[in-house]
Design a protein around this ligand. Structure first.
Ligand code: MRU
Length: 387
């Protein structure tokens, strides 16, 4: 059962009409479900930068629709040169919104190429043809994102089933009490993509097949994507879960309460290093020390084939306020933010970290499991030009 059938037919992004992209404004979750209209390139840049939408796959789709919206503002008599200029400007603005997830750049480039292919025909194409090409490509990228994530779920569910069988054959607990405990960090569920998710897609697929499963949800300070988004998704789907403080994972792994860690990724290098939400690296270290398998789930659009070493991935730094303040629903039902630190304290806010491939048990992709190495990825994606 896809999210489309189990939750009022929503994806995270869609075209309402030719002038309007609609998104779920994730800043309001888990307390309010708000749909926002996005009408222009500049609005889309704000939506991405201020994280109304977030997550690697989804910001790739949003950026693709941003390219489309930029062309909507051109008049029909615009020249081919004006179309190209418009897209160059849009590409620059969109790529400046968030630097880490490679999907954003990939989405922008794919729409640029799709438009160029119609502009190039017969020495020049119309604005209408360019618009249609951009719209179709943005929709294709979005459908592909959902499809890749669904396939990650299928491959990951098999993996979880195997872990369950192994646990069953070695455990002393009665079968009825046995379950697989997954630990995840941040939100790599359907909210982070067009649909399904990467790290949570195997959880949904395994749960839908009847596998007993429970998820430890890292709250994921400073923006709390785990506590607010992952917990909300899992609750909606009926999956048993427990929100934990970010620092609890090591203790849970050491005391045998975690069978597997699955996280998402914002960019994976061609050598298999995985960049994900800040704190992921510490989870990988704890997993290694406790022989807990650590998988990173990602669609191939998250692989940066041009970059071999994960240390070169640009790490986004966000404002101090995200660390200094916490925001939530107060007892009077109003949403407020509260200051946690002395007003004068400064704060550091690195949004992502890189987990080296040696700590990653495997990369779970739409084509199945790859070893986290250049050879492992090359074996699964042999057609990709890495130059
Ligand atoms: O800053 P965000 O919320 O856009 O961060 C992205 C993430 O949600 C995570 O790092 C996630 O695990 C990978 S994106 C699917």
């Amino acid at each position: 059962m896809s999210f489309l059938t189990c939750f009022s037919r929503y994806r995270t992004i869609w075209l309402k009409d030719l002038d309007t992209v609609q998104i779920i404004d994730q800043r309001h979750l888990p307390h309010e479900f708000v749909i926002e209209d996005v009408l222009s390139l500049d609005e889309m840049c704000v939506v991405i930068k201020d994280m109304h939408v977030r997550g690697a796959g989804l910001i790739g789709c949003a950026a693709a629709y941003g390219m489309y919206l930029s062309l909507r503002k051109l008049c029909t008599s615009s020249s081919v040169e004006q179309v190209r200029e418009c897209l160059q400007n849009a590409s620059k603005k969109l790529c400046a919104t968030r630097p880490t997830a490679v999907n954003l750049r990939v989405g922008v480039e794919k729409v640029g190429r799709a438009v160029e292919s119609v502009l190039g025909q017969n020495g020049g194409g119309s604005v209408e043809a360019a618009l249609e090409a951009a719209r179709k490509e943005a929709a294709r990228i979005t459908d592909e994102d959902a499809d890749f994530c669904r396939r990650i779920g299928e491959a990951g569910a098999d993996l979880l089933q195997k872990l369950y069988e192994r646990k069953k054959s070695s455990a002393s607990a009665a079968e009825g009490e046995l379950k697989i405990n997954v630990l995840t960090h941040c939100n790599a569920g359907w909210l982070a993509f067009a649909d399904w998710g990467s790290a949570l897609s195997p959880v949904y697929a395994a749960f839908d097949k009847g596998l007993p499963i429970h998820v430890w949800v890292d709250e994921t300070r400073p923006r709390n994507q785990g506590a607010s988004l992952t917990a909300w998704e899992l609750a909606k789907h009926g999956v048993a879960h427990t929100v934990i403080a970010d620092n609890a994972g090591g203790h849970l792994m050491r005391t045998g309460l975690v069978d597997v860690v699955i996280t998402g990724a914002d960019r994976v290098s061609s050598g298999g290093d995985a960049c994900n939400k800040i704190g992921t690296y510490l989870k990988a270290l704890a997993a290694k020390d406790n022989n807990v398998p650590f998988y990173v789930a990602l669609p191939s659009s998250t692989i940066d084939w041009q970059l071999r070493d994960g240390a070169e991935i640009p790490i986004e730094q966000r404002g101090d306020d995200e660390v200094k303040y916490a925001e939530g629903l107060c007892e009077d039902g109003k949403r407020r933010r509260v200051l946690l630190t002395p007003e004068s304290s400064s704060a550091g806010n690195w949004a992502f970290d890189v987990t080296p491939s040696r700590l990653v048990t495997g990369l779970l992709t739409e084509r199945g499991l790859a070893e986290a190495s250049e050879e492992g990825l090359a074996a699964l994606f042999s057609e990709v030009d890495r130059t």
